[in-house]
Design a protein around this ligand. Sequence first.
Ligand code: FES
Length: 64
Amino acid sequence: MYVCICRAVTEAEVRGCIADGACTVKDVVKGCEAGTGCGSCVGKIIALLGAHADELGSPLRRSA
Ligand code: FES
């Protein structure tokens, strides 16, 4: 399933960037170019980053 249609980046690729250490949207952009087109996928990238942080029990939380 694509997260970023503009750059044809899949959810698996974004999750791979996060697993490789991406902690911010900027890190994900550098890792796989998701979010560098129209920007409409940035919310989904943020959600994936937040889900990963939750899975790790990180004290970092998404702002409401
Ligand atoms: S859908 Fe990701 S930049 Fe447009």
